[in-house]
Design a binder for this molecule. Structure first.
Ligand code: BES
Ligand code: MG
Ligand code: ZN
Length: 464
């Protein structure tokens, strides 16, 4: 999808011209008066399509109700542009022009909304479904459109990677992708090096698979960065559950268990274009969780990079084991802030559904700021508690901790487990995207499948 900024979209020859109306404002747009019926009041979500019968350069006019003008914000624009774009796809449009009459600068959200709605994972379809190829915009700030395009492309990359079958998106493949990102310095550690670094928890998860683990450390640097941060993505290229194997219905979408990693790869790729004045380390402990003769077993005792020991209670609680070592590694880099993003617990999905991601951490101000950034980025977060009781449930008789507690409150328990591997002087937030990363049915702007969860929030957090 190409975005083109022009001085006026009114007269651009195109398949669909999208115009707007507010319910509380008289429109001076002659097109609304000419083409929309009187019953079209401009209420939010209202849509009206008319064929212009060649009386106009656009084949169709699509009038979009946006509600009250003072209520316009990023979310209203993004969701409604997405809705209009979906309608345009139904109309088999290729070229679309957007002409909004408003003082509100809508460009960034329009680009992101259009791009989300136009997305479809059809790489493996021999017959491609039609999609929109060009969008013309006017009344927008051209520079901000460039930034929005980077965000949109970044989301698309994350969605593609997490939609890909596990046979494609292997740990080795993720490492190759990381190494191919321009302007980013990437180191990849193989099994021997991972062992040498003492990442016993991560290695145990990986040992049951024929796919070798790859620890990926990407680095974006500038001279005199104003902040130094690390972002970590859970990179389980497939999570079968291991010996504590999942039932078929739960395993079905477990290729998405590297959605955190997909988010980090996409964000790192965008950084070279956004050029923020921040040092960013992107970290992925990629592997598969498989049952085999060499798998780790319930009852095994693992030693993580910081020396703490873990009794394996359930081999399906593998993500936290890989993240434990990745968090130790990140903290040793001497960064100020660490964020991990992970499809970590079914419990988080039970609690928040596919609507919001869970978030927790060791610094309320830091966590609250991320929630705020999320709210204008179009991503919802809900803070979950970090109470000692959740940790107490993971006490082990034979090691420092078990890798699971009780199933109830599982998202917080996982957070308390991760906290054991974060040093106190580092601000840390943990984002659980188990519910939000992958949809089993369309939701708002999104089609089924991967959503690119976390990409917009992390990019805005880094780029501010
Ligand atoms: N990858 C799963 C979590 C998950 C579930 C992600 C559903 C997306 C959708 C994770 O590795 C897992 O299996 N967690 C277990 C933990 C349990 C054994 C304590 C879970 O949530 O059931
Ligand atoms: Mg699991
Ligand atoms: Zn998992």
């Amino acid at each position: 999808m190409e975005f083109k900024v022009v001085s006026s979209t009114k007269d651009v020859p195109c398949d669909v011209l999208i115009i707007n109306k507010f319910e509380d404002k008289q429109t001076s747009n002659p097109l609304v008066n000419r083409f929309a019926p009187e019953s079209f009041t401009g209420k939010r979500g209202e849509m009206f399509v008319i064929h212009t019968q060649k009386e106009y350069p656009a084949t169709y006019i699509l009038a979009l109700g946006l509600g009250k003008e003072q209520d316009m914000d990023n979310n209203v624009v993004r969701e409604n542009v997405a809705k209009a774009v979906k309608k345009c796809i139904e109309l088999k449009a290729k070229t679309v022009a957007i002409d909004f009459e408003t003082d509100y600068t809508y460009g960034v959200s329009a680009v992101i909304g259009a791009s989300i709605a136009n997305y479809h994972f059809d790489k493996y379809k021999t017959k491609k479904e039609p999609r929109i190829s060009e969008v013309y915009l006017s009344g927008v700030v051209p520079e901000s459109i460039e930034v929005a395009k980077v965000f949109a492309d970044s989301m698309k990359l994350a969605r593609n990677l997490s939609n890909e079958p596990a046979a494609f998106a292997t740990p080795t493949k993720l490492a190759e992708i990381a190494q191919g990102i321009e302007g980013i310095h990437t180191e990849v550690f193989d099994e021997a090096k991972i062992k040498e670094l003492g990442m016993g928890a991560y290695l145990a998860v990986a040992q049951g698979s024929v796919q070798p683990p790859k620890f990926i450390h990407m680095k974006y640097t500038v001279d005199n960065p104003k902040r130094r941060i690390a972002i970590i993505g859970k990179g389980l290229c497939f999570d079968s559950g291991g010996l504590d194997i999942k039932p078929p219905s739960s395993m079905l979408t477990m290729r998405d268990d590297m959605s955190g990693a997909a988010c980090i790869l996409a964000v790192m790729k965008a950084l070279n274009k956004l050029k923020p004045n921040v040092e960013v380390h992107g970290i992925i402990a990629a592997c598969e969780n498989m049952p085999s003769g060499s798998s780790y077993k319930p009852g095994d005792i693992l030693t993580a990079k910081n020396g703490k020991t873990i009794e394996v209670d359930n081999t399906d609680a593998e993500g936290r084991l890989t993240l434990a070592d990745a968090l130790c590694y990140a903290c040793e880099l001497g960064v100020d802030e660490v964020i991990d993003i992970a499809t970590l617990t079914g419990a988080c999905m039970v609690a928040l559904g596919t609507v919001a991601s869970g978030i927790m951490g060791n610094d309320d101000e830091f966590v609250d700021n991320l929630i705020k950034i999320g709210s204008y980025s179009g991503e919802k977060y809900w803070k979950l508690p970090m109470w000692q009781e959740y940790r107490d449930n993971m006490n082990s008789d034979i090691a420092d901790m078990k890798n699971t507690g009780t199933r109830n409150g599982g998202a917080s328990a996982a957070g308390m487990f991760l906290k054991e591997f974060v040093t106190d002087n580092v601000k840390w937030a943990h984002i659980d995207i188990a519910g939000t990363a992958f949809l089993d049915k369309p939701q708002k702007e999104f089609s089924k499948g991967a959503t690119g969860a976390g990409v917009r929030t992390l990019l805005n957090y880094i780029n501010l």
